[in-house]
Design a protein around this ligand. Sequence first.
Ligand SMILES: Cc1ncc(COP(=O)(O)O)c(C=O)c1O
Length: 325
Amino acid sequence: MAHSSEKNTDICSSALNLIGNTPLVAFDRLWPGPGRILAKCEFMNPGGSVKDRSSLYMINAARDEGKLKPGHPVIEVTSGNQGCGLAVVCAVLGHPLTVTMPKGNSVQRAIHMEALGANCIRVPQVEGTYGNVTLADALAAEAEAVRITEETGAYYTNQFCNKMNSGSHYLSTGPEIWRQTGHRVDAFLDTVGTAGTFAGTAKFLKVVHPEVLCYVVEPVGSEPIKGEAITKPLHLLQGSGYGLVPDLFDYDHLDGTFSITDEEAVEYKQLIGEKEGLFVGYTSGANVAAAVKLLKSGVLPEDAWVVTLLNDTGLKYTPIPDDLK
Ligand SMILES: Cc1ncc(COP(=O)(O)O)c(C=O)c1O
């Protein structure tokens, strides 16, 4: 809420006002056509990723519903980006935050959260190595978050089951895309971790424009077979591709899947930097690689507009010394 003395000024009342309303950039240099790739700059959120949106909506809903009292501690399990988003929100609203994160997720995320006053517990890996996190690793970090919740009574945001995770994208990401494209979007694609982003955005777009085609982007090898979870999808797309069908996922919004190799994700992450001047992470590279495949596939009209997300900043993946891993 604006402070009364801020009338007629251009001042944000807090960092929470920096969440969402991210720009949509045409990638006309990387893909000169036919058709257009439009990329939404989620890395420009204050926590550096798309997960700031669900952080804000989940915490606000819990406070509104009285489940989270002022000053009460918050706990979450994260691949890092949800933790960074929650760290922004909890710092501003005054909630102590603890997150558990597999050790294989990039340490930059832990450094970022801790700089915002959060406590990040890096849980040892069961299967994966640094930079690769399997479902078993994520489950080990989740078990630690559940244990701490039971021990301390902290409020567990529980992003994998929290309806305000997908709700945040139904209420913000989807409407923003619709407005920014002047009501013209032929296809939407995104990688899936909890499925909050895909489920909420696709649901909104299908309500306002039922002809829109929505595609999931998967790291090769992590596609769940007949709905059964697989535990060893080793890939670079941290935060996505756990090899399971998340609770928030809804097949009604799915028109198809694109499988992307690590090599393709790396190639397009690099191309986004060199052609478009934006330094982004691996799921952003995978999303744009998939958008190119879709435009080449001939499924869409020649002049189609394809929207995807640049989920986080490349600063979260810069090389680090071995002793920090
Ligand atoms: C970099 C990155 N991309 C994509 C995702 C997937 O987002 P969601 O959990 O909404 O499916 C995440 C989730 O943490 C992420 O960190």
